[in-house]
Design a protein around this ligand. Structure first.
Ligand code: FAD
Ligand code: NAP
Length: 469
């Protein structure tokens, strides 16, 4: 009989998990507490608790207790996939803002923000220069009287429109770039990154330069921010020293700035209230999960957490790949190492020791996107084999190595293989620019460019020949 899998949450990772279960012949039931998306579907069904069955050491089974329209139900599952996301509990650090209780204006967390109309003709302070804070400050600046964006650490700001107008992630996130970065010492990589980021605009001149340039913090993606700063619509400020009744004092100056609205874009915390701490314990913003997925200490690997990771890349293909790997484990096709080995690996990762090469990811859960995904793909035989492709399909091999690391690459082989993957890779640039080339123009071919292409191809052949010599 097919194993029954409970999937908690029907966000992006929950949906991917349902698909992966179905592909592997498992029987998923998805519980979603909201009334929006759902799986095999139990809308508005909140999972209240997931507990090990008394015979867990033998069966690995779980008892899942749910609440729907005031009615509690319980069911037994062979496995559980926790897909509840980690941007759910707003982090509102009011204690760090002396005087906030006396503030007579309005304040709220970025999660509650819906529309910029509330900022019309107001003086607005946005606290936190993550992606939420920056997006909100920029939107507010079109209507507000004045907008301040307070940052404690600064950040690199990247334009989505990257080199020669290509989308930034399609240029930055390639296997070639990743291999190149990871083979250089960290200080050199950081220097190159700083040079690259400052080539758009000098971050120091805009008060944005990250204070810590050794450890990489998530960059901010925003095309408009520098334009809003240079036109005086957004004013970058350091940390808030004190909040008064109708104003705020920043740490670099005694001057009070009148403020009507404060937006705390101070991020999120996460927890698994339906799980016992003996199953998954959250400490210092992370949990002891093998490969960021399986609790390392459980005698049976029948509970997987999907999406609890911060790759420098999209979370969606990362969650999808995690689900593909995890269902192979749940099905018993992949065997995990002994608990002691997994615990050792998890503890080693938690120490967060810099390797000395490539980017240095500083915060809990942060990881290198391609390296991590490749690790999982290797375990399910889905990592594209570039050397054999070079012999059998060199055009595809080159597109995979030098082109964007799009998730089609992960579907060329292995479980969940997709026949359309090759064509999708070879046509990805055409499809990307179909959206922008809405006025068709004739480009005259340049003789120099054609010669350069021929020369590059010959150089590549020589390089390949030398490698195999
Ligand atoms: C403002 C914002 C913008 C973002 N933009 C991007 C982006 O551009 N690209 C990107 O890759 N990522 C982005 N992210 C990150 C984004 O959250 C994830 O990529 C994606 O939503 C993760 O999907 P998930 O399924 O893990 O979590 P979620 O989408 O949060 O889904 C979790 C689901 O679990 C349900 N749930 C929780 N607890 C229970 C329970 N006890 N019982 C039943 N159901 C439960 C929730 O209702 C929810 O539907 C953004 C995040 C934020 C906050
Ligand atoms: N357009 C998009 O793609 C988009 C939009 C929104 C969110 N997201 C994603 O959603 C996730 C959450 O983003 P987020 O911006 O909400 O949160 P975040 O990335 O965690 O940023 C929160 C910021 O708040 C500040 N902060 C935190 N604690 C503070 C404290 N005690 N005092 C003062 N400042 C404090 C810090 O900024 P400083 O260091 O600057 O002080 C911190 O970087 C991210 O992964 C993000 O990429 C994406």
């Amino acid at each position: 009989m097919a194993k029954r899998v409970a999937i908690v949450g029907a966000g992006a990772t929950g949906l991917a998990s349902i698909k992966c279960c179905l592909e592997e012949g498992l029987k998923p039931t998805c519980f979603e507490r909201s009334d929006d998306l759902g799986g095999l579907w139990r809308f508005t069904t909140k999972v209240c608790s997931v507990r090990k069955r008394p015979d867990f050491t033998a069966t690995g089974q779980w008892e899942v207790v749910t609440l729907c329209e005031g009615k509690q139900e319980s069911a037994i599952f062979d496995a559980v996939m926790v897909c509840t996301g980690f941007f759910t509990n707003p982090n509102l650090p009011l204690d760090s803002f002396p005087g906030i209780n006396n503030f007579k204006g309005q304040y709220f967390h970025s999660r509650e923000y819906k529309h910029p109309d509330i900022f019309r003709d107001k003086s607005v302070l946005v606290i936190g220069m993550g992606n939420s804070g920056t997006d909100i400050a920029v939107e507010a600046s079109h209507l507000a009287k004045k907008v301040f964006l307070s940052t404690t650490g600064g950040a690199w700001v990247i334009s989505r429109v990257f080199d020669s107008g290509y989308p930034w992630d399609m240029v930055f996130m390639t296997r070639f770039q990743n291999t190149f970065r990871n083979s250089l010492p960290t200080p050199i990589v950081n220097w190159l990154i700083a040079k690259r980021m400052n080539s758009w605009f000098n971050h120091a001149n805009y008060g944005l330069i990250p204070e810590d340039r050794v450890q990489l913090r998530e960059p901010v993606l925003n095309d408009e921010l520098p334009g809003r700063i240079i036109t005086g619509k957004v004013l970058i400020k350091p940390r808030v020293k004190e909040v008064k009744e109708n104003s705020v004092v920043f740490s670099n100056t005694p001057k009070e700035e009148p403020i009507d609205i404060i937006v705390f874009a101070t991020g999120y915390t996460f927890a698994f209230p339906f799980l016992d701490e003996t199953v998954v314990k959250v400490e210092d913003g992370q949990a002891s999960l093998y490969k960021y997925i399986f609790p390392a200490h459980l005698p049976k690997p029948t509970l997987a957490v999907i999406g609890l990771i911060k790759p420098l890349g999209s979370l969606l293909p990362t969650g999808d790949t995690q689900a593909r790997w995890a269902v192979r484990v749940l099905k018993g096709v992949i065997k995990l190492p002994p608990s002691s080995t997994m615990i050792e690996e998890v503890n080693e990762r938690k120490k967060n020791k810099p390797s000395g090469f490539g980017l240095y990811y500083c915060k809990a859960l942060e990881t290198d996107y391609i390296t991590y995904i490749d690790e999982l793909l290797t375990a399910i035989n889905a990592k594209p084999n570039l050397f054999s492709l070079l012999l059998t399909d060199p055009r595809l091999a080159l597109a995979i190595f030098f082109g964007p690391c799009t998730p089609y690459q992960f579907r060329l082989t292995g479980p969940g293989k997709w026949e359309g993957a090759r064509n999708a890779i070879m046509t990805q640039w055409d499809r990307t620019f179909k959206a922008t080339k809405t006025r068709i123009v004739q480009e005259s071919p340049s003789l120099f460019a054609s010669l350069l292409k021929v020369f590059s191809f010959l150089a590549l052949l020589v390089a390949i020949f030398l490698i195999f010599l």
